[in-house]
Design a protein around this ligand. Structure first.
Ligand SMILES: Nc1ncnc2c1ncn2[C@@H]1O[C@H](COP(=O)(O)OP(=O)(O)OP(=O)(O)O)[C@@H](O)[C@H]1O
Ligand SMILES: [Mg+2]
Length: 467
């Protein structure tokens, strides 16, 4: 994790000394411009640690410690003083300084102190990242299976967990590519570092470059402050690029360079930033075909695909269905406050037979709905949607009015909504010829929500391109 230090020491010699002693991998020092107020500058410049003189905090024009700490990144503040003065020191610490440093200390002592604060800040950030990761826990055990397809697959996965190479995760929609990426990260030596996931298809092309690589203030209209890109945020950990096949050509070049040089240049910036990131990429497109058709660079493909892992679809590991179903019954029972304990044998049989075109995600949706509908202790076939339970024998439809209107209200409503959703988005994507940006605008949705809807309805946007 890269720690940004904002150096606001007034004298050039002192600022240069701070830069020199802070020279370390993973620390970037920026000097405050002389012609701008400190607070204004910090609005633009990311900062984990601010170095400032006590003098600059005093007086009417000075920024208070509280103001500094309230900045966008909530930095820690190290205050430098000319003389050792126990009272002033106590006062500064009480006001929230992380430390008070006497200018007269030796280079070695200064280096030791500053690097200790850097390390502390890094631990804080890592703890926060980890807390977020734990909310969405996934482990390789989640993929443990009796099926030959998965046993073989996991044996390969375990060999590459710590290999540090890039991984390309392939497989149908909903098979668990992202779940696997998190699990591999969690099992690897990088587990104490961040796991950052970016969906290349969900971000507008114009923003993607600065999201990935960061930008400096003023790089383009609207870039009012420096922005840390995902590569920087993932330093020391793993960056997961979802739908990497959607990356436009010029960013494919930039990504390849970042991988080869282990450094990124922010948009509008001049200096390269060293980053230590393991890349995992995923796609449910046929990337090799994209390479043949000239839509994906072959050099990047080979770089990414040093190891590629094809997650088997659920229908090739049906023995996993009961375990996954039970896991998610328990999950939704708690979430929805129901008493359902499991799936009755006849319903389980239907689940195991189903082909699961939407894989684990589809199974989760089916279970959520079943837990919602179930009235007793067990999920029964009546709680499953028609795609899974097959056409029902009951209630032959004789006339138009009343078609599909028999059964529990929640089920009828769900099915009608799902049907409407599918029809709406099919029409929308046809009209917009598969262009997500245009479709999202026409529907009044964010690209993210549109993606979620496409996912739910199992529509593939490629299917609407140049028919
Ligand atoms: N082995 C597993 N155990 C438990 N949950 C799983 C497992 N595999 C996948 N899931 C869950 O299934 C859902 C879909 O998985 P995920 O998002 O990883 O799929 P994906 O392959 O990335 O899909 P897409 O191609 O559509 O992006 C997620 O909620 C994930 O947590
Ligand atoms: Mg995914």
């Amino acid at each position: 994790m890269i720690i940004r230090v904002a150096c606001a020491l007034a004298r050039a010699g002192r600022a240069a000394r701070a830069e020199r002693v802070l020279e370390d991998r993973g620390v970037v020092v920026a000097r405050a411009p002389a012609d701008e107020g400190l607070l204004e500058w910090l609005e633009r410049a990311p900062a984990d640690l601010v170095l400032v003189e006590a003098r600059a905090l005093a007086g009417r024009r000075g920024a208070s410690l509280a103001d500094l700490r309230a900045g966008p990144d909530h930095p820690e503040v190290v205050v430098f003083v000319e003389r050792e003065d126990a009272e002033a020191r106590a006062r500064l610490l009480a006001q929230g300084a992380v430390a008070v440093v006497y200018h007269g200390v030796s280079d070695a002592a200064l280096r030791e102190a500053l690097l200790a604060f850097v390390a502390r800040r890094r631990e804080d950030l890592q703890r926060r990242v980890r807390a977020r990761l734990l909310e969405r826990r996934s482990g390789l055990d989640d993929f443990a299976s009796d099926s030959p397809a998965m046993t073989e697959f996991l044996a390969v996965v375990r060999r590459v967990v710590d290999a540090e190479t890039s991984l390309l995760l392939l497989g149908e929609t909903g098979v668990g590519k992202e779940h696997l990426a998190r699990a591999i990260h969690e099992a690897s030596a990088r587990r104490s570092g961040p796991f950052m996931a970016v969906n290349c298809a969900a971000l507008p092309e114009a923003l993607l470059e600065s999201e990935l690589f960061g930008h400096v203030a003023g790089a383009f209209t609207g870039a009012v402050r420096d922005r840390r890109g995902y590569f920087e945020l993932a330093d020391g950990g793993t960056l997961f690029l979802d739908e990497v096949g959607e990356l436009p050509g010029h960013l494919q070049v930039k990504l390849l360079r970042a991988l080869q040089e282990r450094a990124v240049v922010p948009v509008g910036g001049e200096r390269a930033l060293q980053v230590d990131v393991r890349l995992m990429a995923a796609t449910n497109r046929d990337l090799q075909a994209e390479v043949r058709q000239g839509r994906f660079r072959s050099d990047l493909f080979y770089r990414l695909a040093v190891v590629s892992l094809l997650v088997p679809p659920l229908r090739e590991r049906r023995v996993d269905v009961p375990r996954l179903a039970q896991r998610y019954v328990e999950h939704y029972r708690r979430r929805l406050g129901k008493s359902v304990q499991g799936v009755r044998a006849d319903a389980l049989d239907l689940l195991v037979r189903h082909d699961w075109p939407g894989n684990v995600r589809e199974l989760i949706n089916v279970i959520e709905r079943a837990v919602l509908l179930a009235t007793g202790d067990e999920v029964t076939p009546a709680d499953l949607p028609v795609e899974v339970s097959g056409p029902r024998a009951a209630a032959p439809v004789t006339s138009d009015d009343g078609a599909g209107l028999d059964g529990p209200w929640l089920r009828v409503r769900d099915e009608a909504l799902r049907d409407l959703e599918r029809r709406y988005f099919t029409r929308l994507m046809t009209t917009c010829r598969g262009r997500v940006g245009a479709a999202a605008r026409a529907a009044g949705l964010s690209p993210r929500s549109l993606f979620d809807a496409l996912r739910r309805t199992g529509l593939r946007r490629e299917a609407f391109r140049n028919p």
